[in-house]
Design a protein around this ligand. Structure first.
Ligand code: G6P
Length: 494
């Protein structure tokens, strides 16, 4: 944290993301404040708390405008204000085209290999362009200097870096792409592939979670633009501007905030079972995701079904709690995914725990928002956590589960298609499409001796304690600081 503060001393920092870190909603006479379920918010919130600046975001979940001042600002976090949140209010038309349409029906399925076809519409593109322009205007408005550090987040804002660069040529723009970047064959499916890539190349630094995503991006540039792509230095020069393409694997706060681990593990173990009507000796698995087709929730349930087929001794002795925060539920694809998830859970429960028979159901499905403290209680109560993403930039649930287990117990089952698998090979790495392999991993997790659990957990905890979110942000900001210092050197008369 202090490194972060050191790097930022005297610098102006602006963050742009679509999702706001806090949602203020009026319930009767009171304003209720929630934090949305998003890896991005989980990662950036501690950074902003450490450096104080302005976070510009779309005021999506905030029905109420009376929490903000005349400039649409509000100080957050509510209990201990550390930075400003500036909201941009989008019209229904803008939200439809920019957020639901182009970002989540176009770019999201384009960049994730989850076998959902992307949809690209002209009208969505127009809104995407217009909303990116609105955010660029807001950055210029908020900037007090002509060379701020601007942190641009994710696939909602591919055009923003270039737009900002035009108005604030001296700004240091660090863009982080939180989702995978596919190969050029896939990316050029987008009718606006060239514009998107050119937009991103307005950045000083462009970050991805893995080396493979950096390489895919550079290959895409090579395919689409007249640019110099240097695969040794990982630099791309286009239109007389150079962008450094870098790998910065995202992480979480370490140690976790005290509130997350406030309840002793034994208490969580007991209480969570009681709250879910499970016997005290029932073994427990947990899955935590947004309800999204990239997360492999169907594959996860099939693996549980396969476990019970292959190892019937677990019937009635093992339950899996799936916590799914509803997400983007206005989109057809998400509605039909939710219906499939619900139907599969019901079918599996009927098969192994028919109505009328008592005993724990194999799957307990909770489709509702849970605040982080509640999720941590589940992490601490569980024997295993199952992350089965079909494709994922990083996946912070995997890291949160490990962070939650200060007792060094519990087993992480982790998809080979999540960026996190590169960093934590000590997890049980699985292919979510292989139900038998996943079932074997579940059985292994449920029978793993305590010493082996501790050995694996310790290695993963060491990694996260060292490569925490401050390090993620710190490394980006350090690279940016070096760039800034270099650019301020006088030119040599040679
Ligand atoms: C992913 C994206 C984030 C996004 C989050 C939640 O983690 O990378 O940019 O905020 O999903 O999705 P939502 O559409 O609800 O913001």
């Amino acid at each position: 944290k202090s490194v972060l503060r050191g790097e930022l001393r005297g610098e102006e920092v602006l963050v742009v993301s679509n999702r706001e870190p806090y949602v203020h909603q009026r319930r009767g006479d009171t304003i209720v404040v929630n934090r949305p379920a998003s890896g991005l918010v989980t990662a950036l919130e501690p950074v902003m708390r450490a450096c104080s600046g302005v976070w510009i975001a779309h005021g999506s979940g905030s029905a109420d405008r009376d929490v903000v001042d005349a400039r649409d600002h509000v100080a957050v976090p509510p209990d201990n204000p550390a930075y400003e949140l500036r909201r941009i209010w989008l019209s229904p038309l803008e939200e439809e085209g920019f957020y639901y349409g182009f970002a989540n029906e176009g770019l999201w399925p384009l960049c994730h290999i989850a076998h959902v076809r992307p949809t690209f519409r002209n009208s969505d593109w127009e809104q995407y362009l217009a909303v990116n322009q609105r955010f660029a205007d807001a950055v210029v408005e908020e900037a007090k200097t002509n060379d701020p550090i601007v942190l641009v987040q994710d696939y909602h804002f591919a055009l923003l870096p270039r737009m900002i660069r035009k108005r604030l040529p001296k700004a240091t723009i660090i863009t982080f792409w939180h989702i995978p970047w596919p190969n050029p064959e896939v990316f050029t499916i987008s009718p606006w592939a060239t514009e998107l890539v050119e937009g991103l190349l307005g950045s000083s630094i462009l970050g991805f979670h893995t080396q493979a995503h950096c390489l895919n991006f550079m290959d895409t540039v090579d395919r689409l633009l007249e640019a110099r792509v240097d695969r040794e230095t990982y630099e791309v020069t286009h239109d007389q501007h150079t962008t450094a393409v870098r790998r910065y694997p995202i992480s979480i706060e370490w140690p976790p905030a005290a509130a997350m681990t406030a309840h002793p593990v034994e208490v969580c173990h007991r209480e969570i079972r009681a709250e879910n009507n499970l016997p005290l000796d029932c073994r427990l698995g947990v899955g935590v995701d947004r309800l999204d087709y990239t997360k492999g929730i169907i594959e996860r349930f099939r693996a549980i079904e396969r476990l019970l087929e292959l190892n019937p001794e677990w019937i009635g002795r093992f339950s899996f709690v799936q916590i799914s925060a509803p997400s983007r539920s206005r989109l057809d694809e998400y509605q039909s995914y939710e219906a499939q998830v619900r139907a599969l859970a019901t079918r599996i429960n009927e098969r192994f725990c028919p109505s009328g028979r008592s005993g724990p159901p194999p799957i307990i499905l909770k489709i509702e928002h849970h605040p982080p403290e509640a999720v941590y209680r589940y992490y601490r109560a569980a024997d295993l956590c199952f992350v089965s993403s079909l494709h994922d930039g990083m996946n912070l649930v995997a890291k949160e589960f490990v962070a939650a287990r200060d007792d060094e117990q519990g087993v992480l089952i982790l998809s080979q298609f999540a960026g996190a698998a590169r960093e934590m090979p000590e997890a049980l790495i699985i292919n979510p499409y292989n139900a038998d392999q996943c079932a074997a991993a579940l059985h292994l997790a449920l029978t793993m001796p305590a010493e082996e659990q501790a050995l694996r957990m310790r290695l993963m905890r060491r990694l996260i304690s060292e490569f925490n979110v401050y390090r993620w942000a710190g490394r980006m900001l350090l690279d940016a600081a070096i760039m800034r210092q270099r650019s301020r050197l006088p030119e040599l008369p040679l």
